[in-house]
Design a protein around this ligand. Structure first.
Ligand SMILES: [Zn+2]
Length: 259
């Protein structure tokens, strides 16, 4: 049975820097295909310390939504471990926006690019084949960093990830049809000029998409102080569907969004 495991739930510079929450990525296993989304600082360590352990050498792919450090620091080591440990050769897929690979400041080291079997560039409107999973990138608006959310479609349901972005009116409808919806909610309240979602904006998206289960993650200080579990409980009552807040290490099994 598929599952999503939140290895880290930290979302803003202060929370990441102080490691108030871990900043590791999200492990996704759907229909037997294993992906690691956004390997931030500590991802390799959190995989190894996970109980039961998650072996990165068993990964089929690594997905980078954008180049910011809290999403990409461990990408190089994860690509090496995916390919080299136990397998010793090219293995898996890297999916990343173009500016993670080209331009002045690419975060994927050139010498590491020999490890994956394939490198797919994320682009709006593309539809990528990962064996048992179909991946659809959704362009976000997140400052200068080219950023994509992803929709993963598989025999074990459709899982949508809304990552770092400012709210814009066309965003919610892109995720309609998702059974599971995961949202990076950095801030408690909206404020102009900030390229992150706030809680009311996340609620707006959930209201339109109406997934079977919504999970809030990637918290900044204002969210942590306001107690994410209580905020999620209130949203569950308001919206009439299940909303939960992720903790470090939370595993959500596919039966929760397939029932
Ligand atoms: Zn970011």
């Amino acid at each position: 049975m598929g599952f999503v495991k939140f290895l880290g739930t930290a979302g803003a510079r202060f929370v990441v820097g102080k490691q108030l929450r871990y900043s590791a990525g999200t492990w996704i296993e759907l229909a037997g295909t294993r992906l690691l989304l956004d390997p931030g600082p500590g991802t390799l360590l959190r995989c190894r310390k996970s109980r039961p352990p998650l072996d990165p050498e068993g990964l089929d792919g690594v997905v980078l939504t954008h180049k910011h450090l809290d999403h990409s620091t461990d990408v190089n080591i994860m690509l090496e471990v995916m390919a080299e440990l136990g397998h010793r050769g090219k293995k898996g897929v890297l999916l990343a926006p173009r500016d993670c690979l080209e331009g002045e400041d690419p975060v994927v080291l050139r010498y590491v690019r020999k490890y994956p079997e394939r490198i797919d560039v994320l682009e709006d409107g593309s539809d990528l084949d990962l064996g048992a999973i179909r991946l659809i990138p959704v362009r976000h608006r997140h400052g200068d960093a080219e950023t994509y959310g992803v929709i993963l479609d598989s025999a074990e349901g459709t899982a949508g990830f809304v990552v770092d972005t400012r709210f814009f009116p066309e965003l919610p409808e892109r995720y309609v049809g998702c059974d599971l919806l995961v949202l990076n909610v950095v801030r408690l309240k909206p404020s102009p000029g900030i390229d992150h979602l706030s809680l009311p904006e996340a609620a707006e998206i959930i209201k339109v998409v109406r997934p079977k289960l919504a999970v809030l993650t990637h918290f900044g200080m204002t969210m942590l102080r306001a107690k994410p579990h209580e905020l999620a409980r209130k949203l569950t009552e308001e919206l009439g569907l299940e909303v939960i807040a992720a903790d470090d290490g939370l595993t959500v099994e596919a039966r929760r969004w397939l029932d």
